[in-house]
Design a protein around this ligand. Structure first.
Ligand SMILES: Cc1ncc(C[n+]2csc(CCOP(=O)(O)OP(=O)(O)O)c2C)c(N)n1
Ligand SMILES: [Mg+2]
Length: 646
């Protein structure tokens, strides 16, 4: 840095290069992306349409730091920000009031702003933006920032800070948010000079959206927002040392291609990085060229069509037997944008014991972090796959290609013997899996599905056919209850033409449902399916299996088991109506389709459906935490026979 007024506070190692998505759109695109409820507009006239980093700037314009912040957002093509004002950030809200291109959505809790920004980013590929005031406003952003960090989502958070003279004095509403978020942001900045604001915001967008995407926080002191400055655009970056590598090393790629052609039991282990890189088309080509089986992790659902015969499904703790078995029996894993998460590997020392590993990732820090890679490839997944395709074509022309038929018959036997399934409850109550399956069928592959965290999340990953990238959003890494409603709100703002379904738990829903008020007031007609089992189902499942059915603190309602007697607290239908949403309830299998269709017809306001489901349904298969994938159970005390034949 050339001056000390912008403090760069570091973070995630390694990383990265321009992502396919997430680049700031040209201001010319602004009119096309104006929010539905505002007329298309042009960016502020006096400013140059060039991107930051380009040579030569327009003549400087005198304005306040706050105006420079808003002008920078406009120049970066930001069409929406989610936030709540307060003392320290108030100067920024004044020029924001005048912006013709940046729509501000007033949320009800800053956590909602953060998840909404992430939901927006996940469906559009562009950074999502959230704004909060200093102190408690900023600390309310910590959870969504940590969430976005774990799932590599480009989010830019802008927070007001107390005036620079008060920093360090325990001033009113002072919190060291740069310090607090240091471990959960890709990068963050503290800005104390008006003249640094525009450049820092441009840098934040660049860092958030290039290389391995992630959240970036810009904390701006109130006096910097109020001071006068000269605004120029574009502004050159000052990011020494930040040069993400996107082009893979060709020798590594050739080596990987050779191994792929020689392997007898290869598996493509596909992670969320493939979606971030926009590499789904290339992945399809690679898969069909090689005929290899593939698995798509929780974060990669939709990276490759679920309906494609080469897709074995989801691996991991609640993955299906064929997908988990494929990894365990493989002689080669080709990991693409995946990070060998413990929920996928199970006990690491018994994970895929016979496999050599090719690991391609844009973040060098991921490679060999959990599992040694025989062939490490640092690069953007799309570029890696394109080069792999070329190298494999070369190998194939030279006559190289192992016969995978024995491998496929082994996997097909597992697939046929242990398909995903569920039991209908004996007491006539609704099976939660059935509800989710029907939503997936009726809403179809063009809808965007956003899950909360718990059993319903796993069933939504399992029983909805995920056919397209950026149509499945969930909190994979952090497992944040409360993610679904605000993330669905952000997704609907980013993709207004798509139906957006939040599949939420009754526990999760109670953490952030106040954003339904935002959805109603702002005209964001999301659909929320509450899978209401009356309890913290996933925790209860562990109590059933590992704590002798001692249900300590997991019941949420006051309903009597197996009856409709008792009190619904809260009554979600009444709650929905109180928020101005349509509120529906469904308690029987016979009504499921009818109620879903009814919800699909309502598009002038948000809809909430309270699906009353069986309270004891369990997610299967399951690899118990800390155990080996080899010990997967398909039902309680029931292990698969790995040696089945067709
Ligand atoms: C913020 C937060 N607190 C606690 C947990 C631990 N936890 C994981 S799943 C779960 C239960 C979720 O209940 P619900 O939303 O009703 O979903 P269900 O499992 O019943 O489908 C809990 C408490 C968490 N993941 N996140
Ligand atoms: Mg529940």
């Amino acid at each position: 840095m050339t001056d000390q007024t912008t403090t760069t506070v570091g973070s995630r190692a390694g990383s990265t290069g321009p992502a396919r998505h997430g680049q700031a759109p040209s201001p010319r695109d602004l009119a096309a992306r104006a929010p539905a409820n505002q007329p298309p507009t042009q960016p502020a006239p006096a400013l140059s349409p060039r991107r930051p980093g380009e040579e030569s700037a327009a003549a400087p314009v005198t304005m306040t730091g706050a105006q420079a912040l808003v002008a920078a957002l406009e120049q970066l093509g930001v069409d929406v920000v989610f936030g709540i004002p307060g003392g320290a950030i108030l100067p920024a809200y004044d020029p924001l009031f005048d912006s013709r291109t940046v729509r501000h959505i007033l949320v009800r809790h800053e956590q909602g702003a953060g998840h909404a920004a992430a939901g927006y980013a996940q469906v559009t590929g562009r950074p999502g933006v959230c704004i909060a005031t200093s102190g408690p406003g900023a600390t309310n952003l910590v959870t969504p920032l940590a969430d976005a960090y774990m799932d590599s989502v480009p989010v830019v958070a802008i927070t007001g800070q107390v005036p620079s003279g008060l920093i360090g004095t325990d001033g009113f509403q002072e919190a060291d948010i740069a310090g607090i978020t240091l471990p959960v942001t890709k990068h963050n900045f503290l800005v104390t000079e008006a003249g640094d604001i525009a450049r820092t915001v441009a840098e934040a967008f660049h860092v958030a959206s290039t290389g391995r995407p992630g959240p970036v926080l810009v904390d701006i002191a109130k006096d910097a927002l109020q001071a006068s400055t000269q605004f120029r655009w574009p502004v050159p970056f000052e990011l020494p040392g930040y040069r993400p590598v996107t082009r893979p090393h060709s020798r590594q790629v050739r080596e990987a291609a050779k191994m792929m052609m020689a392997a007898r039991r290869p598996v493509l282990y596909v992670g969320g990085g493939v979606i971030k890189a926009g590499a789904s088309d290339e992945l399809l080509t690679l898969a069909e060229l090689t005929g290899m089986p593939l698995v798509t992790t929780l974060m990669a659902r939709g990276a490759f069509p679920s309906s494609h015969k080469q897709n074995l499904g989801m691996p991991g703790m609640h993955g299906n037997v064929a997908a988990v078995g494929a990894l365990q029996k493989a002689d080669l894993l080709v990991a693409l944008g995946a990070r060998f998460d413990d929920r996928v590997t199970g006990r690491l020392d018994s994970f895929a014991p016979d496999a050599a590993v090719v690991h391609a990732d844009i973040d060098p820090a991921e490679i060999s972090k959990n599992r040694h890679a025989e062939v490490p490839i640092v690069g953007d997944c799309r570029e890696v796959i394109i080069e792999l395709i070329a190298a494999i074509r070369g190998e194939q022309e030279a006559g190289e290609q192992a016969d995978l038929s024995a491998w496929w018959s082994q996997l097909d036997a597992l697939r046929a013997t242990y398909p995903l399934g569920y039991d209908q409850p004996g007491d006539g109550s609704l099976a939660p899996q059935y509800v989710i399956e029907r939503i997936g069928k009726l809403a179809g592959p063009d809808a965007v599905y956003v899950a909360g965290v718990g059993q319903h999340q796993m069933w939504a990953a399992q029983f909805i056919e995920h056919e397209q990238p950026r149509h499945w959003l969930n909190s994979g890494g952090l497992g944040t209850m409360g993610y679904a409603v605000p993330a669905a709100m952000g997704a609907k703002v980013g993709a207004p033409e798509s139906a957006v379904w939040a599949i939420d738990g009754d526990g999760c829903f109670q953490m952030t449902n106040q954003e339904l008020a935002t959805c109603t007031v702002e005209g964001i007609p999301v659909k929320v399916a509450i899978i209401n089992n009356g309890n913290l189902g996933m925790v209860r499942q562990w109590q059933t299996l590992f704590y002798n059915e001692r249900y300590s603190q997991t019941d949420l309602d006051r309903m009597e088991q197996g009856t409709s007697a008792g009190t619904r607290i809260p009554d979600f239908v009444k709650l929905a109506e109180a928020y101005g949403c349509a509120g529906l309830r469904c308690e029987t299998a016979a009504d499921v389709d009818k109620v879903i269709k009814q919800a699909m017809e309502i598009n002038d306001r948000p809809v909430v459906i309270d699906f009353i489901v069986h309270r004891d349904a369990m997610v299967w298969p399951m690899v118990a935490a800390g155990t080996s994938n080899d010990d997967i159970k398909v039902a309680r005390d029931m292990a698969p026979d790995w040696d089945v034949t067709e």
